[in-house]
Design a protein around this ligand. Structure first.
Ligand SMILES: CC(C)(COP(=O)(O)OP(=O)(O)OC[C@H]1O[C@@H](n2cnc3c(N)ncnc32)[C@H](O)[C@@H]1OP(=O)(O)O)[C@@H](O)C(=O)NCCC(=O)NCCS
Length: 164
């Protein structure tokens, strides 16, 4: 397994994985994924089976950096808000392709992302998640800040923050 950033060639595969991981109302559209990769390829972390551009993508994490401390719905589809020097690393999606789930891959990748974000000198990471995954993210040091204002996909989201 290797971890690398995204290129435009990955956008179609990433959108397909996103479509298999999330219900339609929550999944980022192929257009949104393309625009995110075009604007902040360095804020996509891909866990791949091999060190080859055509190797299978097992799991990926993406989101932009910003000085805004809270994750808001307008961020998902507005890649122009990415600030390479932003204080906070937002996490918009954590996806493991269904056939690779429950092997520790998302955890491995999340630890790598946290290390990279710390090395980049940011203040920490922010994500939103459903009730059932609060315990999963708490394992990495994310703290539940309660219910977010997000209405994304018409479900209830907790905002969680890992502060260095
Ligand atoms: C959540 C997700 C990224 C985990 O990926 P993964 O590679 O299987 O994660 P890991 O193997 O590192 O960790 C798995 C652990 O996460 C937790 N977990 C994963 N999915 C879960 C779920 N649906 N409900 C509750 N806990 C879950 C469990 O503790 C699980 O442990 P187990 O494998 O012993 O059951 C993956 O299930 C996924 O892509 N889901 C669909 C998209 C999604 O919901 N992403 C998170 C949005 S914020």
């Amino acid at each position: 397994m290797i971890i690398r950033h995204a290129t435009m060639e990955d956008a179609g595969t990433l959108a397909a994985i996103e479509g298999r991981c999330f219900p339609a109302a929550e999944a980022a559209s192929p257009e949104a994924i393309r625009s995110r990769v075009a604007s902040y390829p360095e804020c996509f972390w891909l866990l791949c089976t091999e060190d080859r551009p055509d190797a299978e993508i097992v799991s990926f994490i993406n989101g932009f950096a910003t000085d805004q401390p809270d994750l808001t719905d307008d961020m998902y589809d507005d890649a122009s808000q990415h600030d390479p020097h932003g204080d906070w690393q937002m996490i918009f999606g954590v996806d493991t392709a269904p056939e690779f789930q429950h092997h520790g891959y998302a955890s491995l990748l999340m630890r790598h992302v946290i290390d990279d974000v710390r090395a980049a000198g940011r203040k920490g990471l922010v994500l939103t998640c459903k009730d059932r995954l609060v315990g999963f993210y708490a394992r990495f040091g994310y703290v539940d800040e309660g219910i977010s204002d997000s209405t994304h996909g018409d479900v209830v989201w907790h905002q969680m923050r890992l502060t260095f």
